[in-house]
Design a protein. Structure first.
Length: 176
């Protein structure tokens, strides 16, 4: 048996690197630790924030979000899997049952720190759409989205403020 602190570890490392860059006087950077752990420091020149495409593990687009002085964690319940007796299991374990998650979900959490985003994205996966979204709403500056493989979406009220309109929706609005 092993415990993998990769997600939390990546979040902590991102926070430490961001603090180091700030101490060195850097105010604009996009730090990407494997597309699942991101820190957006400031904004790029001539933009209100960093525009990021969020995708599911199968490549399906979830949306485009804008980050500025925020961290993002993207976690999938079946992102890393293993097969036992012909059954596919995810690497995230539900502490209530001791069983791996089997529901195919993607959790995206934006938070003031990468460590917090990482911890809360795993909690959102485990707790699910009702309890998970309720938990996220208790933390200032935290927004989240949970997407089921079939496309159903649940989100905190402020998540939509982070999203950027897609080119198709902008064209549709221009035609009206």
């Amino acid at each position: 048996m092993a415990i993998d602190l990769g997600g939390i570890g990546k979040g902590y490392a991102l926070d430490q690197l961001t603090n180091l860059l700030r101490k060195q006087g850097l105010s604009q950077a996009l730090l990407d630790f494997g597309q699942s752990s991101i820190w957006a420091l400031g904004a790029p020149p001539d933009a209100e924030g960093w525009h990021l495409l969020v995708q599911q593990p199968d490549g399906e687009t979830v949306g485009i979000i804008t980050l500025r002085d925020q961290a993002l964690s993207v976690s999938g319940s079946l992102g890393q899997t293993f097969v036992v007796n012909g059954n596919r299991y995810g690497h995230v374990i539900d502490p209530h049952s001791g069983e791996p998650l089997q529901r195919d979900l993607l959790a995206c959490v934006i938070a003031p720190s990468a460590t917090q985003a990482e911890a809360l994205s795993k909690a959102l996966l485990i707790l699910g759409e009702h309890r998970g979204i309720t938990l996220l709403q208790q933390f200032p500056g935290v927004e989240g989205l949970l997407v089921e493989a079939r496309g159903q979406r649940w989100m905190t009220p402020g998540w939509t403020a982070q999203e950027v309109a897609s080119p198709q929706s902008e064209e549709a609005n221009a035609d009206q």
